[in-house]
Design a protein around this ligand. Structure first.
Ligand code: GTP
Ligand code: MG
Length: 344
């Protein structure tokens, strides 16, 4: 294979789990911003995408991640809502993902939407790890902010440690009830055969270095070939949300998972009736590390490459649908692309 390593795209990571188990908080911790505070009713109602470049991952993970060991450019996280009424958004997030994090509250254990998320992951055969979240709530917990789990585990009393172990083994048992062989992540040799469980706290940041290291390692080890794309090729993506944007009219928040979109491209977008054929008016990029749905000041860019979240402004998008395919036409016959979008 003589392809340039820059043609490796960012793996797409869906964050799934039951309501209030800490999905947004976990991403928030990783982003180091306060998206959660702006969330109406603290419920995530819409999918958002967050790009975290490798150098940021490496600075959070410290000694655990040496950027020289990786050639994937980072991770693109998609937050999903845990509330029971948002099944479609969860499925959409799950279907888009190359890899996933299933967040489980250590106190609350497996709940209905935990099981629903597991079904989505099984159905789409998406490899995933379990983040056993809120370990800081174990009574008597002695927190070391942002520490790797092995370090913080050592500094707990025997009683606290066995309380945590109990909760973790219950989660491992729940996974085994679903015919999944699971273990604490540091005991897992083959992440394709076994589900790794990573104890974390979105509040204190403990275990977050481990979580990012495992996700990065898993992607590098098992996804690398799937991440090899023709970066310069015509873009392919999925609409996450259709939104009115002041000064731009109807826009589509899109996750691009293959190729490139340029600001002079013609697009075919899945519509409520027929596919929509339209010309890009502007590509609006949220700042790095910003969440696409809360970022109000966009930067206009000439072109973006997969994988990324991008807001596309174009005429005639009123009938565009969340979940619909987006395809760049470029040098191909329009009819062919329209047929592809119709078939999806
Ligand atoms: P939905 O989007 O509604 O499905 O919820 P979510 O999974 O995104 O949960 P969210 O991040 O909004 O967190 C729910 C509540 O749990 C908030 O009050 C958080 O502050 C709290 N929380 C999340 N993670 C932790 C944690 O690690 N420790 C503690 N103590 N609280 C946490
Ligand atoms: Mg949330």
């Amino acid at each position: 294979d003589t392809r340039d390593p820059t043609s490796l795209r960012t793996p797409i990571v869906a964050v799934l789990g039951h309501v209030d188990h800490g999905k947004t908080s976990l991403l928030d911790k990783i982003r180091g911003s306060a998206v959660i505070e702006g969330e109406a009713g603290a419920i995530t109602q819409h999918i958002g995408a967050t790009a975290v470049p490798l150098d940021i991952i490496s600075s959070i993970a410290g000694d655990l991640v040496d950027p020289d060991d990786f050639d994937l450019p980072g991770l693109l996280f998609i937050d999903t809502p845990g509330h029971h009424s948002f099944t479609t958004l969860r499925s959409r997030g799950g279907a888009l993902a190359d890899i996933a994090i299933l967040v489980v509250d250590v106190n609350d254990g497996f709940q209905p939407q935990t099981l629903e998320a597991l079904e989505i992951l099984k159905r789409s055969q998406t490899p995933f790890i379990v983040a056993a979240n809120k370990i800081d709530t174990v009574p008597g917990w002695n927190a070391t902010e942002d520490a790797p789990i092995t370090e913080t585990y050592e500094s707990q009393s025997d009683r606290v440690r066995s309380r945590l172990d109990e909760s973790l083994y219950e989660i491992i048992g729940n996974l085994s009830d679903e015919d999944l062989s699971a273990d604490l992540y540091w005991r897992v040799q083959n992440f394709q055969r076994n589900v790794g469980v990573v104890p974390v706290s979105a509040m204190t940041g403990e275990g977050v270095p481990d979580l990012l290291t495992v996700m990065m390692g898993l992607s590098q080890r098992y996804m690398k070939e799937e991440m090899e794309i023709d970066v310069a090729g015509p873009g392919v993506g999925t609409v996450l949300e259709v939104k009115e944007e002041k000064g731009f009219g109807t826009t589509i928040d899109t996750v691009l998972y293959d190729g490139t979109i340029q600001d002079d491209d013609t697009l075919v977008v899945g519509g409520q009736n027929d596919p929509i054929v339209t010309d890009v008016r502007a590509l609006l990029q949220p700042r790095p590390l910003a969440e696409i749905r809360t970022e109000s000041r966009f930067e206009k860019v000439e072109s973006v490459s997969a994988a990324t979240g991008i807001k596309v402004a174009a005429p005639d998008l009123a009938d565009a649908m969340a979940g619909a395919p987006v395809r760049v036409v470029r040098d191909r016959p329009l009819e062919e692309v329209v047929d592809e979008v119709e078939a999806e």
